[in-house]
Design a protein around this ligand. Structure first.
Ligand SMILES: Cc1ncc(COP(=O)(O)O)c(C=O)c1O
Length: 389
């Protein structure tokens, strides 16, 4: 039997009738990892006092959250003291934005493919301070060679922070973040990499990227339960990086102050080591090779519909986004209609977006997906059609 493919669906609770080609949006957590989360929850429920006062107390150097952070840190090339757990990338981005103390005239640089919630969070902090958001336009299809230069050209003396997507949500493009960071740092700009999709999907060495902050969701491509993400901060910016909710352990600072931000369920964080065990059991490098190969097969299949990738092969990993041929400009409702219709009529789940007037379709590879699933999805898309075709 092949190592990867549809037979691995038995590790997940995914609906038997569905074809799931959108792991990217919300992830999907394997049964083994959910079992580990249940084990932690049971421990919490059996003796809540012991659990919160000792097992996960930030006061104890080697509490279980720090043990989990140590394992996660090793997986992304850094140490436990650089990793704070947060619920999701949205929380991490808001945390960094709130740490800036912006003033009138300051600028936050984002890419035009920025995740909508990240754009809104940036606009909100700017509104309060008279700063403004500057968007770098990167028309699709993208080419790899001049991206870093174009982004750095848009930064200037007023740029207080650049938020750069590692893997962009609508276009699935993998940006050369180390090169971009170097170019921005040369201009004295602080950099936050939004790697919401990156951990698990790409091999990461965070110090080598060189950004001030880096965030990623463990609940997407690392297979951990939802509500588990991290914020990495260099020693230089750690002091200004404080949780959005100030609580008992505030004086412990980054990252320990993040371990307790009021009473909450931290079992998703504690299950991250089990998620790493899960991906490593399949051999992380082999998982990534398989996902890349499946993405490439998708490109050939989607070409039959006249759909073109938003960037060259070298700028994709486990997700690939296509521009669907249309007779008119796309509007956001087209994307919603397409996603809902494909699921309701064909039980095929994809991601879709309207971006730069184009209707995009994003397909996620996964180890529980095989070529036949992608063929099935593409055939359903061909039969179903899309608004404005
Ligand atoms: C690039 C990017 N940033 C941030 C997020 C936000 O993730 P979350 O909703 O888990 O906070 C996403 C979610 O898909 C994303 O794709």
């Amino acid at each position: 039997m092949q190592t990867f493919g549809r037979h691995l669906r038995s590790h997940w609770h995914l609906d038997d009738e569905g074809t799931f080609l959108n792991h990217g949006s919300f992830g999907a957590c394997p049964k083994d990892v959910l079992a580990e989360q249940s084990r932690w929850r049971l421990l919490m429920e059996r003796q809540p006092d012991s659990f919160f006062r000792y097992t996960v107390s930030p006061r104890l150097m080697n509490n279980e959250l720090r043990v989990a952070a140590e394992r996660l840190g090793r997986f992304v090339g850094t140490e436990c003291e650089r990793i704070a757990f947060v619920t999701n990338a949205t929380e991490a981005v808001n945390t960094v934005l709130r740490s800036l103390r912006l003033k009138a005239g300051d600028e936050i640089l984002v890419l035009d493919c920025v995740y909508n919630a990240v754009r809104l969070a940036s606009e909100e902090v700017c509104k309060a301070s008279g700063a403004k958001v500057v968007k770098v336009s990167l028309p699709i299809p993208l080419t790899a060679n001049d991206v870093a230069e174009r982004i750095a050209d848009a930064a200037g003396a007023k740029t207080r922070l650049a938020i750069i997507d590692h893997i962009a949500s609508p276009t699935a493009v993998v940006f050369p973040v180390a090169e971009i960071t170097r170019a921005l740092k040369a201009k004295g700009v602080r950099v936050l990499i939004d790697g919401a999709h990156a951990v698990g999907q790409l091999a990461l060495d965070l110090p080598a990227i060189g950004a001030d902050w880096y965030t990623a969701n463990c609940h997407k491509w690392l297979y951990s339960p939802r509500g588990s993400a991290f914020l990495y901060a260099t020693e230089e910016v750690a002091g200004q990086t404080v949780p959005l909710s100030v609580s008992h352990w505030h004086e412990l600072k980054f990252p320990r102050a993040f371990d307790y931000v009021g009473t909450r369920d931290v079992s998703a964080f504690l299950s991250v080591p089990a998620a790493i065990d899960f991906i490593e059991r399949f051999d992380t490098a082999k998982v990534r090779d398989y996902l890349m190969q499946l993405s490439r097969e998708g490109v050939a299949l989607m070409a039959r519909l006249g759909a073109e990738p938003t960037a060259p092969d070298a700028m994709f990993a486990a997700m690939c986004t296509y521009t669907l041929p249309q007779r008119r400009e796309a509007v956001p409702d087209d994307a919603l209609q397409l996603m809902q219709g494909l699921w309701e009529k064909h039980k095929v789940q994809i991601a879709s977006n309207a971006f730069q007037g184009k209707l995009l379709c994003r397909l996620s590879a996964q180890i529980y997906v095989e070529r036949a699933d992608v063929e099935h999805g593409v055939a359903a898309l061909e039969r179903h059609g899309w608004p404005g075709r």
